[in-house]
Design a protein around this ligand. Structure first.
Ligand code: ADP
Ligand code: MG
Length: 377
């Protein structure tokens, strides 16, 4: 194998290889809204996957991941799926491109990244977007629409990796733009850029490094609650509900379903409020809405956990502008909007207090809103 890799590297760093990149993502606000037909508000970050790629004149793909020091080789037909899970992301992107009538020829690639794997920053979507963008550029004259590139990544997760995800991660990775967040309407697929030039602030993720395994599929239960309330209201999804509507049917639904729907309806309003605030450069309101989302996820939707609530409390005590759970809940990160002058104190306090209570320090990732999928050279 070593010989193969050496060979590959020699060829790749000779003339003709192109360098592509795509990014991980954060979601500032809009959680558990996607399956309710609502809005999410992600942005691409300055942590990315970079891949050096070159057509190799065969019908095989040969690819090496520097980060996990592994090599894979596979053909482009459905039965050629590689064994390694990481390589299936790339195989899937090839297959989904072909299924859509696109061209994919054999290529050699070597890639690496600085997105922490499995931390909720979507390293998998970055990988898919990077390769989908590259295949579109190398073999398809960039004829495949950007949104379709995101769908190629999403279908890869569904059909080749066993992850039944929404479109947000791949969408953000493909469409990301420096200093801009994107409000994506999960019902229509329409989106709009909003400026996010947070001068004087930092965005920082504090990773609890815990993931609670839950027995009774809480995600499905949340979905079912939302669907029941929508059905009672005679609408397709809670996207079309207001608090007045919910209060009209209060007696017909369980207390628990009421709380779930109250969170979802509130979250839709919070996303819109954050967009309006950003247009005015009003980061205080943005931060306040983030805290409201956290409270909603914790008390109404009940998808938080002790560790994340503790990190949120620490942020509040330190005077952090905004803080909330990022992602589905039950573990993972909080996303924090912090004034630069408070940053050092907040991080030191969070590490110290969290470690004292839970026996390990949280991990800390600074992020800057940056470009998504692109060709570098
Ligand atoms: P997330 O997308 O939140 O980071 P996932 O579990 O969806 O977490 O994706 C992580 C998987 O993506 C890894 O287990 C690996 O298979 C693949 N992956 C991501 N980045 C790399 C990389 N740099 N090299 C090889 N595989 C990677
Ligand atoms: Mg992923």
């Amino acid at each position: 194998m070593k010989e193969k890799i050496k060979e590959l590297l020699k060829e790749l760093f000779a003339d003709g290889a192109s360098l592509y990149a795509s990014s991980g993502r954060i979601n500032l606000i809009g959680e558990h809204t996607d399956y309710n037909g609502g809005f999410v508000f992600p942005g691409a970050i300055d942590k990315c996957i970079k891949a050096k790629i070159k057509e190799n004149g065969t019908d095989k793909v040969r690819v090496y991941s520097i980060d996990i020091d592994d090599y894979a080789e596979f053909g482009l037909n459905e039965e050629d799926a590689p064994e390694q899970q990481w390589a299936r992301y790339i195989f899937g992107v090839c297959r989904e491109t072909i299924k859509r009538g696109g061209t994919v020829k054999g290529f050699d690639a070597i890639f690496a990244g600085d997105i922490p794997l499995g931390a909720g920053l979507s390293s998998s979507a970055a990988m898919e977007s990077c390769f989908a963008f590259a295949l579109n550029d190398m073999f398809n004259d960039n004829k495949i629409e950007k949104y379709e590139l995101a769908r190629i990544g999403q279908s890869t997760e569904h059909n080749y990796c066993g992850v039944n995800c929404g479109i947000m991660d791949q969408f953000a990775s493909v469409h990301g733009k420096k200093d801009c967040l994107m409000r994506l309407d999960c019902r229509s697929g329409e989106f709009e850029y909003f400026p996010f030039k947070a001068d004087g602030y930092k965005l920082v993720l504090v990773d609890s490094v815990v993931k609670h395994e839950l027995v009774d599929s809480p995600y499905n239960k949340r979905r079912e609650s939302c669907e029941r309330v929508a059905k009672t209201l005679g609408i397709e999804t809670l996207r079309d509900a207001e608090m007045d509507d919910l209060n009209r049917v209060k007696e017909q639904i369980s207390e628990e379903d009421y709380m779930r729907a109250e969170y979802v309806i509130g979250e839709k309003e919070r996303v819109l409020a954050v967009c309006a605030a950003l247009e005015k450069g009003d980061f205080e309101t943005v931060g306040q809405k983030m805290y409201e989302t956290h409270a909603g996820m914790s008390k109404l939707y009940e998808v938080s956990c002790e560790e994340l609530d503790y990190l949120n409390d620490i942020a509040k005590e330190c005077g952090v502008t905004g803080s909330r759970i990022m992602g589905g809940g039950f573990g993972g990160c909080t996303i924090n909007l912090v004034k630069e002058e408070l940053y050092d104190k907040f991080i030191a306090t969070a590490k110290e207090k969290f470690a004292a209570k839970y026996g390990h320090e949280p991990k800390v990732y600074d992020v800057v809103i940056s470009d998504g999928a692109r060709r570098i050279s």
